[in-house]
Design a protein around this ligand. Structure first.
Ligand code: HEC
Length: 164
């Protein structure tokens, strides 16, 4: 084998081997509940821009089946659902729901890395205002009520909240 062929064989072998790692998206859990949205429009915008990570109705893209992107998607959605999960409404504490309005208002959510591959997740200024107002009406608005400790989201750990 030439050197280039050897390197190619190694890369191919490695690419196949990582597919065996069992960390990948699982079958979505059932929808257990849903918040009482203030208006159908809020739900519509949320389901357009947020549900892939913050509900159990995720539409997994084809690359969710292929490592290493499958690892990143699994991690991201697990993490997102743990913080804020509309499909487990009434079944699980959703203590961050009152930060949804500011997350949208400050253009922190959906995350920047999500937008290039998901044009439907991009919100116009008008839609962002609409969704932020709808989320505030549905879940409350910690930032507006002055409860948010960090409005710039530079620290997402909130250890004081998580220990509740
Ligand atoms: C690509 C996946 C993805 C999408 C789409 C997404 N989020 Fe998130 N979201 C996350 C992740 C990951 C976290 C946890 C981030 C962290 O704490 O650093 C998170 C955290 C949150 C939190 C908790 C904030 C906190 O301080 O703990 C809220 C509220 C939220 N997102 C709202 C939204 C809303 C509203 C939308 C739609 C406009 C949205 N997200 C779209 C991935 C996503």
């Amino acid at each position: 084998m030439t050197r280039a062929a050897k390197v190619g064989a190694w890369i191919l072998g490695l690419g196949l081997a990582i597919q065996l790692v069992p960390y990948r998206p699982q079958i979505d859990p059932p929808v257990l509940g849903e918040p009482a949205w203030n208006a159908p429009r809020t739900r519509e915008l949320f389901y357009r821009a947020c549900k892939n990570c913050h509900s159990h109705e995720t539409e997994w893209p084809w690359y969710a089946a292929v490592a290493p992107s499958s690892w990143l998607l699994r991690y991201d959605v697990d993490h997102a659902r743990r913080h804020f999960d509309v499909s487990a409404w009434g079944h699980k504490k959703n203590k961050h729901s009152d930060e949804a309005a500011s997350a949208v208002r400050d253009d922190w959510m959906p995350p920047w890395y999500y937008r290039p591959l998901h044009p439907e997740g991009r919100l116009s200024d008008e839609e962002r205002k609409e969704l932020a107002a709808g989320l505030a009406a549905t879940f409350g608005d910690a930032e507006a009520e002055g409860e948010a400790r960090d409005s710039d989201h530079s620290d997402h750990e909130h250890p004081d909240q998580d220990s509740k």
